[in-house]
Design a protein around this ligand. Structure first.
Ligand code: IMP
Ligand code: MG
Length: 182
């Protein structure tokens, strides 16, 4: 496929093929680990929607899907330090095995907040699957059970991740050039 026009200011980092291969590996690992358990994928909106839809189809188990909306960023590329629940879960999670599906762990602030919030709802277990991690920035230590890729400390877009709501529909992951961030 030719480079989409949308991507003229994006430097490719992880191709569609490499994403698909890694997500399939993660799905296989999750399938082995959750055999015989009541699994709920807890998808963090909005950035994880593409990863989660691909990952769910690589997990060969009966599972439930629920969504939680969290926001720690405004239109800036730095975390504001404040996490808000913008949309809550649709059902109780008590007694369920939760797998939180996140697009990227940057400072770890969002995940730390979410894990504390979830534990107060008494699930049977909670694990984390994150497509990306920026280890250089991990200020709030978060244990990631299933990690897709470690990436350098750059602002990335595509495959669900946005800058100011744009680029989520790029099929690959890339680094947004400084100029495009205004
Ligand atoms: P944290 O709280 O700093 O770990 O930030 C996590 C959230 O910030 C992620 O769920 C993303 O929504 C957003 N985020 C962090 N880094 C990036 C990036 O490079 N591109 C797009 N969104 C990002
Ligand atoms: Mg996010």
């Amino acid at each position: 496929m030719s480079t989409p026009k949308l991507a003229s200011d994006v430097e490719p980092l992880i191709t569609e093929e490499d994403l698909a291969r890694r997500v399939a590996e993660m799905g296989a690992e999750i399938t082995r680990d959750y055999e015989g358990k009541d699994l709920t994928l807890l998808v963090i909106l909005k950035g994880s929607f593409v990863f989660a839809s691909d990952l769910a189809r690589q997990i060969d188990l009966p599972l439930a899907v629920d969504f939680i909306g969290l926001s720690s960023y405004g239109a800036q590329t730095e975390s504001s330090g404040v996490v808000r629940i913008t949309q809550d879960l649709s059902r109780p999670v008590e007694g369920r095995h939760l797998l939180v599906v996140e697009d990227i762990i940057d400072t770890g602030l969002t995940m730390k907040y979410l894990l504390e919030n979830l534990r107060s709802r008494h699930p049977e277990s909670v694990r984390v699957a994150s497509l990306l991690e920026k280890p250089a920035r991990n200020l709030h230590a978060v244990e990631i059970d299933y990690r897709g890729f470690e990436i350098p400390d750059a602002f990335v877009v595509g495959y669900g991740l946005d800058f100011d709501e744009r680029y989520r529909n790029l099929p690959f992951l890339g680094v947004l050039e400084q100029d495009a961030r205004g």
